[in-house]
Design a protein around this ligand. Structure first.
Ligand SMILES: [Zn+2]
Length: 73
């Protein structure tokens, strides 16, 4: 099974999930078992991910990243 970016169909590199309740967006490594929620993004789209206003973005990927992760208080 090939996982492709939900935006551009490039090979997926990250799993984006979110919670309306917590106003939080997470980026995770794609695990063998992908959660039923969330969207697959390529590295490009994951790195350019901008959360909605008032939301927090937590980059939990373990791969090398361009930007420091945003820590949730
Ligand atoms: Zn993409």
């Amino acid at each position: 099974m090939t996982l492709n970016c939900a935006r551009c169909r490039a090979p997926g590199a990250a799993l984006m999930s979110f919670s309306y309740e917590d106003k939080a967006v997470w980026l995770d490594d794609i695990l063998e078992v992908v959660q039923p929620y969330g969207y697959i993004l390529c590295a490009d789209h994951a790195d350019r991910m901008i959360p909605p206003q008032g939301w927090t973005l937590s980059d939990r990927r373990t791969v090398t990243r361009l930007f420091a992760p945003v820590h949730v208080a």
